[in-house]
Design a protein. Structure first.
Length: 170
């Protein structure tokens, strides 16, 4: 458990105006960041995409993109700005977005994660995600393997337990 205080966050849908800040987080967080056009596509053209942000003191502090693929919520990306890590924002955003995915038909969740990404793997394991496969040499920058992880059953009460008792949500 982090020693940092939980950040009071507003969780709300991402907008086009958020994209510059979202992209900045992406670039600070990944060696293969998405181009700006990918976030714009998710927001304007992909009807099966849930894009959410966590806002702290007026700044975009974390972001997530989840795709609804039939009965699967697939976590396309999730990242927290380095200034705001360790304060429970990714946990809140993941729970919040998977809860939103459920009434859209999602019954399970899936994602890929670098084998060496310990913080992310701990985050997913805390939710009950389990490794269900691997993709060898999946990442183009360094040939690292991807682990496929699944949360086989989305349950409302379980996901709600990762949110503050009275979340301040837009
Ligand atoms: C992974 C990431 C999204 C976590 O964001 P965060 O907002 O700092 O995470 P939270 O504060 O919500 O932490 C939730 C849990 O994640 C795990 N975790 C987070 N940071 C961790 C770290 N540095 N080491 C180990 N576990 C960590 C812990 O289980 C933590 O729960 P705890 O605080 O009760 O121990 C963030 O480190 C990040 O943006 N990394 C770069 C992008 C990335 O790798 N995204 C995932 C792609 S698959």
């Amino acid at each position: 458990m982090s020693d940092l205080p939980a950040a009071p966050a507003v969780l709300r849908p991402m907008t086009l105006e958020d994209v510059p800040q979202v992209q900045a987080i992406d670039q600070l967080s990944f060696s293969l960041p998405w181009p700006e056009s990918s976030f714009k596509f998710e927001l304007t053209e992909n009807e099966n995409s849930l894009c959410q942000v966590a806002v702290v003191d007026g700044r975009i502090a974390a972001m997530i993109v989840v795709w609804i693929i039939v009965d699967e919520a697939h976590v396309g990306t999730i990242a927290t700005h380095p200034d705001f890590r360790g304060r429970g924002l990714a946990r809140q955003l993941l729970a919040h977005t998977l809860l939103q995915a459920m009434p859209l038909g999602a019954a399970l969740a899936m994602l890929e994660v670098r084998r060496g990404n310990t913080p992310a793997i701990h985050l997913y394991e805390a939710f009950g995600f389990e490794v269900c496969g691997e993709r060898r040499h999946y990442y183009q920058d360094n040939g690292e393997d991807a682990l496929l992880m699944t949360l086989p059953k989305l349950e409302k009460a379980h996901l709600q337990s990762f949110l503050p008792a009275h979340p301040d949500q837009a």
